[in-house]
Design a binder for this molecule. Sequence first.
Ligand SMILES: Cc1ncc(CNC=O)c(N)n1
Length: 231
Amino acid sequence: MDETAKKTVTGGTDSSIPVTETWLRKHRLLYNGATRHPFILSIRDGSVDFSSFKRWLGQDYIFVRSFVPFVASTLVKLCKESSNESDMEVILGGMASLNDEINWFKKQASKYHVSLTSVVPQNANVKYCRFLESLTSSEIEYPVAITALWAIEAVYQESFAHCLEEGNRIPQELQETCERWGNEGFGAYCKSLRDIVDRCLQKASPAEAEVLFLRVVEHEVEFWNMSVGDV
Ligand SMILES: Cc1ncc(CNC=O)c(N)n1
């Protein structure tokens, strides 16, 4: 039995379709706007403008630094609300790879002569980071926070995995970037997050979670727009 079939038997609110699946079907156009953004397509076809890439690099470093406390706060919510052991390992694994990622950003920045200490966060980034900070509030419950975490990671995973699909003409220098988020391990991590969301929202799926999913996707589109200088 495949994964979807299994879920059909074991649970679901009414129609037995996992909640993430219903959202992705319902909001496909918006979601594709984030995962097939012109910036991503330009990396895939090799036409990417390197000044856009450098802008993205500096801005994303700032984003990732704000992302760390958000992920940590999600872990705290888990421990307070349910302390599921396997969820803890998934989130902790995500945090561990962020440590790696921060070092990777520093290395790339020096390669491309981007001074990380003098990057000024642009508007879309400031808004996205504020949004992340608002999610660290204790009023936001674990199932809602983990939904946002999944969506944030999934957009990057799908975007860069798309770059790596057959027929790509990724510039050699950007191969490593695409692999960072497009690799299989990161894909498995995103699938684990997605399963957590589907499990957490199986019985009660608050409208709040769907709204957050949409907010994340919108912020991601704005983030890519900023990277191509289209603000
Ligand atoms: C804007 C944005 N969204 C998602 C990610 C992926 N998560 C951690 O790296 C990212 N780096 N930047």
